[in-house]
Design a protein around this ligand. Structure first.
Ligand SMILES: [Zn+2]
Length: 226
């Protein structure tokens, strides 16, 4: 995978909620989403499909340690490390992921009007550490990256990539943009109404709720491939 060495990283599409580290703790008494209450609507990653498509050898050396806290956005560090003044910005995990988000959204900006006859609406990606609050309720890193329709944001703890490498053996360099593109696929499904239709189908036909949800995930994989 090649990155344009002159690429400008637009960090305005990222909300960095990781804080400056050392905040620790954060929200107590987390209730994992998907297990009961909350507003539902949380759409996670279909890891198995990712694994089929990946290969290669992007090391895990640049992965972050995670700093705790969450909720407050402060892009100060991100802006600095990803500025064009930093010649090594594309070796930086944060900046690469911000660039993937830019690239994915840039694609849909052009493609959505052609494919679906409607304008694309940008969605931010939130970098969080360990846990955060979302429009879908409290979330933690164990849930993996997800898209939250009520607040139209993608959430990711970048340490997920370490798990992807270590636990699932998905070491390929393309794993990271693929994960983000999958979540933006869910955003597209939200924009064009597929997600709402899926929810309606689940209510009409609860016995097949899981099948509908899997189909939505597979379509998001398709959009990721696109
Ligand atoms: Zn998904």
């Amino acid at each position: 995978m090649d990155l344009n060495p002159d690429a400008q990283v637009d960090t305005s599409q990222i909300e960095d909620q990781r804080g400056s580290g050392g905040r620790g703790g954060g929200l107590g008494g987390m209730i994992p989403i998907g297990g009961g209450g909350g507003r539902g609507g949380l759409i996670g990653l279909v890891v198995t499909v990712v694994l089929v498509l990946l290969g290669g050898g992007f090391g895990a050396s640049q992965l972050l340690g995670g700093g705790g806290g969450g909720g407050q956005t402060d892009n100060g560090n991100l802006n600095q490390e990803c500025s064009s003044a930093n010649p090594n910005r594309l070796q930086n995990l944060d900046c690469r992921n911000a660039l993937y988000v830019n690239s994915i959204q840039n694609f849909w900006q052009g493609e959505l009007p052609q494919a679906f006859g409607q304008q694309y609406r940008p969605a931010d990606t939130v970098f969080f550490a360990q846990q955060t609050n979302t429009g879908c309720g409290p979330a933690d890193s164990g849930m993996g990256p997800f898209y939250c329709p009520p607040d139209t944001k993608v959430y990711i703890d970048l340490t997920f990539y370490k798990e992807l490498t270590d636990r699932f053996g998905a070491k390929g360099e393309f794993a990271q943009p693929y994960v983000l593109a999958h979540e933006y696929g869910h955003h597209v499904q939200d924009l064009v109404g597929t997600e709402a239709k899926m929810r309606q189908a689940q209510q009409r036909d609860p016995g097949n709720a899981n099948r509908y949800s899997v189909a939505l995930g597979l379509q998001a994989d398709c959009y990721s491939g696109v």
